[in-house]
Design a protein around this ligand. Structure first.
Ligand code: GLY
Ligand code: MN
Ligand code: MN
Length: 410
């Protein structure tokens, strides 16, 4: 930060549903990443140039009381907050306004987190947005600056501990897929498969799905954000399963496609092998120095070749394609990779910066042919290392022979 600055980070609200209902609490990932505090109504203030040493890092938390303890259980004490965050100065939230008055009077620049995620698409105001707007109203003459660029950069590179936790999320996800390979049979229902996953995940100390699971059989697999998961699985169809476990707030994000009756048809196998070849070749492109925009172009070229071989595209269509919407997009209309971490579509650098060791990306090419009732995506989670990559989700079967063998013994 520039000299004479402070930065403020807020927790999420507990979002209301209706009547007196609420969603389960989900912490805002920035304050969590910076402090480890996984509790509502929390504020982190970082003020490196504050005059008093004890004002350089501050946490504000809800003061617990007997009533809260009876109804909601314990909240963090000041001592526990220090233990999770390493921050010495912990205040109760009731003191926030008074202490901010003092800090703001010593400060020129205020770094706030604005919602800058490229894919953010919701009109709902977060607690962070609300309290930042209030701060600007009370103190209109400070210089307000963006902390998002710092967080994008910092959170893009995972620490050893984050990688350890992501490996556990991958192990739990693998256990769920292995369970489902044995469970999947003609006439079972998509929601029954969802239930198998959640059972395995929660049993293994995950708090659940890292994102809404997509479990689509037959042509449902061609609906990219299919969330109903309420159809019966028919013999002869494939089923696409895009499911990942959360562990310690970190996400895993995996897609596999299985034949409902345990055996791929010739056509399903042909298309599946095309997607698998593209996925494997794309994973090999993920390494230090690679640039996402170039990588996405290379994957597009690999996919174009496969689609011509499958007779889904002609060479002529490719020769005459619109470069800003290449012909392959007709069958593969989403991106190949995104950053993965605390958020499923995690923070990262989309500005042409090269990949670095410690970044984690998904790799998830797909081919969707609604007129044939075939939708196939294969998705793994790839950690970039100094010498190449580690596939965190490689234990989850994806070879045709492995899938068919696992389903036979189910
Ligand atoms: N499951 C969300 C995604 O693959 O990006
Ligand atoms: Mn996914
Ligand atoms: Mn993904």
């Amino acid at each position: 930060m520039e000299p004479n600055s402070l930065a403020i980070f807020h927790s999420n609200d507990i979002y209301p549903t209706s009547a007196d209902g609420t969603m389960p609490f989900k912490q805002a990932t920035d304050i969590l990443w910076l402090s480890g505090v996984d509790q509502e109504d929390s504020v982190l203030v970082i003020s490196p140039d504050a005059k008093r040493n004890e004002d350089k890092e501050l946490l504000f938390l809800t003061e617990t009381n007997d009533l809260i303890a009876v109804w909601e259980g314990e909240k963090l004490t000041k001592k526990e907050a220090f233990e999770v965050s390493g921050i010495q100065t912990v205040y109760w939230l009731s003191e926030f306004d008074t202490i901010m008055k003092s800090l703001m009077s010593q400060t020129e620049n205020v770094y706030l987190l604005t919602q800058e995620h490229l894919r953010r698409n919701t009109p709902v105001q977060t607690r962070e947005m609300r309290l930042n707007a209030e701060l600007k109203k009370i103190y209109p003459n400070h210089n307000y600056k963006r902390s998002a660029p710092f967080l994008n950069k910092l959170r893009a590179i995972k620490t050893a501990l984050e990688i350890e936790v992501m490996k556990i999320a991958a192990e739990i996800t693998a256990a769920g897929f292995n369970r489902v390979l044995k469970f999947l049979k003609p006439d079972c229902w998509e929601h029954e498969i969802e239930a198998e996953f959640i059972h395995e995940f929660v049993k293994r100390r995950s708090r659940g799905f890292a994102y809404s699971p997509i479990i689509g059989s037959g042509s449902n697999a061609c609906v990219l954000h299919y969330l109903e998961n309420n159809k019966q699985c028919i013999s002869g169809d494939l089923i696409l399963i895009d499911v990942g476990a959360e562990y310690a707030n970190y996400a895993c994000d995996v897609t596999r496609c299985f034949p409902v009756n345990g055996k791929f048809t010739d056509r399903q196998r042909e298309v599946y092998e095309s997607v698998l070849r593209v996925e494997k070749a794309s994973i090999e492109l993920l390494k230090p120095g690679a640039v996402l925009s170039e990588y996405h172009k290379q994957v597009g070229d690999l996919m174009t070749k496969e689609l011509i071989n499958l007779n889904l595209l002609s060479q002529e269509e490719v020769d005459n394609q619109n470069p800003s919407w290449p012909a392959y997009k007709k069958y593969f209309m989403h991106g190949t990779s995104h950053y993965l971490g605390l958020d499923v579509h995690d923070y990262g650098l989309w500005d042409g910066s090269p990949m670095e060791a410690g970044m984690v990306f998904t790799c998830e090419p797909g081919i969707y042919i609604p007129e044939e009732g075939i939708g196939i995506r294969i998705e793994d989670d790839i950690l970039i290392t100094s010498s190449g990559y580690i596939n965190l989700t490689k234990e989850i079967p994806k070879e045709v022979s492995e899938i068919e063998a696992a389903m036979k013994t189910g």
